[in-house]
Design a protein around this ligand. Sequence first.
Ligand SMILES: [Zn+2]
Ligand SMILES: [Zn+2]
Length: 137
Amino acid sequence: MPSLYFDRKTPVSTAILALFESSNRPLSLKLILDHLKHQGLLPNKTTVYRILDKLLAARAIAEVNVRTGRTYYEKVQGHLHYHFFCIDCESIFCLEPNHTDTLIESMKAANPSFTINDHDLNLYGQCGSCPSNTSTP
Ligand SMILES: [Zn+2]
Ligand SMILES: [Zn+2]
């Protein structure tokens, strides 16, 4: 992700960009703050929100909202995809885009006059590492 999103690069904005680059799933504000803390950076939330707002405005990242009301952020990958949200540990995972493609294709076939601009698709359940997951005895 190029640094041209910012007029002035700071250690915090650089660290946040690097975090989005290296992450393959959406990040909560808490996760971002924890990561910065590990790097010895202690910005206040307002600073982090301001950086996220700039990245959102530049469409470098996108918001992922779940029904708990929490917002997650992920780098824009150029394709629509579902997310799986673990209701126990509140981790969120990106799913393969081909599932979304199948849905969109069949939706377009049934409704040729519709145009899709955005999506908001989440699946909810327990991830494999959560103890209440009963799918493996
Ligand atoms: Zn979990
Ligand atoms: Zn995603």
